[in-house]
Design a protein around this ligand. Structure first.
Ligand SMILES: [Zn+2]
Length: 91
């Protein structure tokens, strides 16, 4: 008999495609104003996508336009810059 396991939600990083615990990933979200921002609560309304807490994944996602494709919205230069800034500060 295995002890009751707590279900851990898993998500896929849009850059490296690895499936990980949600806690190991950061969520980005497309807001109702069509901005693309980091969702620090993980609960913001809107279409979301997940990235590893690794600079390499953020760079890949930003450099190859993966974020805009995943969220089906154009990533503006301003939002891209904010995401780069975020990644460089916390990752
Ligand atoms: Zn990744």
């Amino acid at each position: 008999m295995s002890p009751k396991k707590k279900h851990r939600p898993q998500r896929t990083c849009i850059a490296c495609r690895e499936v990980k615990d949600k806690q190991a990933l950061l969520r980005i979200v497309r807001t109702s104003e069509q901005r693309i921002v980091v969702d620090e609560t993980g609960k913001a309304q809107g279409r979301g996508a997940y990235l590893c807490k690794q600079v390499a994944c953020w760079q890949k996602a930003l450099d190859r336009g993966i974020i805009g494709r995943a969220l089906k919205a154009p990533l503006t230069d301003q939002d891209a810059e904010a995401l780069r800034q975020y990644a460089s500060e916390i990752l």
